[in-house]
Write a protein that binds this ligand. Structure first.
Ligand SMILES: NC(=O)c1ccc[n+]([C@@H]2O[C@H](COP(=O)([O-])OP(=O)(O)OC[C@H]3O[C@@H](n4cnc5c(N)ncnc54)[C@H](OP(=O)(O)O)[C@@H]3O)[C@@H](O)[C@H]2O)c1
Length: 256
């Protein structure tokens, strides 16, 4: 049976490969990206844009079977969004939190909904820097990536909706291009030597859309199940991050 699949970051890399695989099976695939040819174009670093695109999707598609979260970008320098948030946090973590919340009624309306968050589960490096999550000091592009990866782990743990939640670490995969030629060159050079083909990394996602796992939360790191007792999946930290996130969104609304 054909499904309705929403993919943030579906214009490139693993998201695009998932979009093509599901479209080939006859699904309605809704691709969000910031480039002009994205069917649903939005800059997901800003809360207003996430809200706008989620509202458009909800208007056009009352039932959503699967939400696949892939949008991410490396910001070589600290970048602050109009909401006063660090851009990695805003794009890689907060846009995923918001899309899950805003599309919850459409997911809940599906028979067997699933959310797949493609990030770095199983990695224990890094943490949420509770003392300064927006990196007002000591920004590093990798540090910000790792923090947002740990935040996505906690997002899966805090999830309460009807949809099954899958945290998925695909392993080093041939990425799409990056707007910064220096970053793109370094990543492509490494990828030629070590990376998995993108279709291989996308394959499990397409399978979870067909048959969501029975468990409420599943974490898979490069094909292996991650024990939910891992310290990066701590429920106390998940509740703390949720409270921080709700306050950050409320603060951003106050600025608008
Ligand atoms: N590739 C790997 O080796 C690897 C390893 C571990 C984990 N992961 C995780 O897997 C996920 C997918 O990685 P990938 O390598 O396939 O990514 P990618 O090829 O770099 O694609 C990133 C996607 O994010 C979108 N995006 C970036 N900035 C955006 C913005 N401001 N607003 C809306 N969309 C935006 C891009 O679309 P536009 O260009 O249209 O904006 C693109 O579709 C990421 O979360 C990554 O952290 C990847």
């Amino acid at each position: 049976m054909s499904k309705t699949v929403v993919i943030s970051g579906g214009t490139s890399g693993i998201g695009r490969a998932t979009a093509l695989a599901r479209a080939a099976r006859g699904d309605r695939v809704i691709v969000i990206g910031s480039r002009p040819d994205a069917p649903y174009r939005a800059d997901l670093t800003t809360i207003a844009e996430v809200r706008r695109v989620a509202a458009e999707i909800a208007r056009d598609h009352p039932v959503v079977d699967a939400l696949v979260l892939c949008a991410n970008r490396i910001f070589p320098r600290r970048t602050e969004t109009p909401d006063g948030l660090e851009a990695t946090f805003a794009l890689y973590y907060l846009s995923r939190y918001l899309l899950g919340e805003l599309l919850a009624p459409q997911l809940d309306a599906a028979g067997n909904p699933v959310i797949v968050n493609v990030s770095g589960t199983g990695i224990t490096a890094g943490r949420v820097r509770w003392e300064d999550p927006q990196f007002t000091r000591g920004y590093g592009a990798i540090r910000a990536q790792v923090q947002a990866g740990r935040a996505n782990d906690l997002l899966g743990v805090a999830h309460t909706g009807r949809a099954r939640y899958v945290l998925y670490h695909p392993g080093f995969t041939r990425p799409g291009s990056h707007p910064n030629p220096l970053v793109s060159g370094v990543i492509s050079g490494l990828a030629r030597v070590a990376a998995r083909p993108v279709d291989e990394s996308a394959r499990p996602i397409a399978a979870w859309i067909d048959a969501p796992p029975a468990a409420k939360l599943t974490a898979i790191d490069r094909g292996r199940p991650v024990p939910l007792s891992l310290r990066t999946l701590n429920p106390g930290d998940a509740a703390r991050l949720r409270a921080y996130t709700e306050a950050a969104v409320a603060r951003a609304a106050g600025r608008a």
